[in-house]
Design a protein around this ligand. Structure first.
Ligand code: NAD
Length: 261
């Protein structure tokens, strides 16, 4: 018996076995949830399908979240397959490589728009569709990072997108409260994945964060455990929040002992 027995949900954002979304999927599966996966495009099929097979997930569909028609199709497929769902995980972000380094001031209009579209607006679009599949209420979560609040060099426009995403969580939480749907974000430590590896200087940032966090960096499994909580009825009065799964990095006003020594 798991805490999510009988619950069904969609996970967006598995690219490979290093994805945070895959850590979340494994944890939700371990708690007994029935899952469906949506991934960005064909080049990822050979990575995502074996992961889905390994935990018995049969709903595995492509959806580029910049395309409204693909989002419509995906949710029609999900309605046919699941009838209704209880939760949705949004673990999606993208910025062109050239703006994840150098100066933020050089961000082009196109790069800004694309980053905010994929990394923030997509949550609005997915939440709107998810609402139709959640007649009994539900829980939606997304992934954010501390670069939304404080400057993390090279994170640049993604920090701006995460600030917008966290605000989006609050507005969605208010709107969807009428439907009994909660919306929250997890703010995670730096974790080595396909997307994060593209950020200039990421390896150094990962090492620094690990030393500067009271409990060290969180990993995919830690985020998975937090997701099980947020998507479960135990969190039934928690909405519009950012839950920090960052080893305590965000509480520090000065580097920890290890960094100072
Ligand atoms: P990842 O590359 O494994 O996941 C990002 C996902 O976004 C991929 O599956 C990718 O295919 C998907 N995506 C990009 N553009 C898309 C599009 N147009 N349509 C559909 N999907 C699209 O990397 P990750 O680190 O697991 O990132 C997941 C989330 O976690 C992101 O929101 C990221 O910002 C956030 N996050 C990551 C870290 C970190 O250090 N890795 C820390 C905090 C938050």
């Amino acid at each position: 018996m798991g805490g999510l027995d009988g619950k069904k949900g969609l996970i967006f954002g598995i690219a490979n076995k290093y994805s945070i979304a895959w850590g979340i999927a494994q944890a939700l599966h371990g708690e007994g949830a029935e899952l469906g996966f949506s991934y960005a495009g064909e080049v990822l099929t050979k990575r995502v399908e074996p992961l889905a097979d390994s935990i018995g997930v049969t709903f595995v569909e492509m959806c580029d979240v910049t395309d409204d028609a693909q989002i419509d199709t995906l949710f029609n497929q999900a309605a046919d397959h699941f009838g209704s769902i209880d939760f949705l995980v949004h673990s999606i972000a993208f910025a062109p490589r050239e703006v994840l380094g150098g100066q933020f001031v050089d961000t082009s209009r196109d790069a800004f728009k694309l980053t905010l579209d994929v990394s923030c607006y997509s949550l609005v679009a997915l939440a709107r569709h998810a609402r139709d599949l959640m007649p009994n209420g539900g829980s939606i979560m997304t992934m954010t990072a501390y670069g939304s609040e404080k400057v993390l060099p090279n994170y640049n426009v993604m920090g701006v997108a995460k600030a917008a995403l966290e605000c989006t969580v609050r507005y969605l939480a208010w709107d969807l409260s009428e439907d009994g749907i909660r919306v929250n974000a997890v703010s995670a430590s730096p974790i080595k994945t396909l997307s994060s590896a593209v950020i200039s200087g990421f390896r150094k940032a990962l090492r620094y964060s690990n030393e500067a966090s009271p409990l060290g960096n969180a990993v995919q499994e830690d985020v998975g455990d937090a997701a099980c909580f947020l998507l479960n009825d135990q969190a039934s009065k928690i909405t519009g929040q950012v839950l920090y799964v960052d080893g305590g990095y965000s509480i520090m006003g000065s580097p920890t002992r290890e960094v100072l020594e």
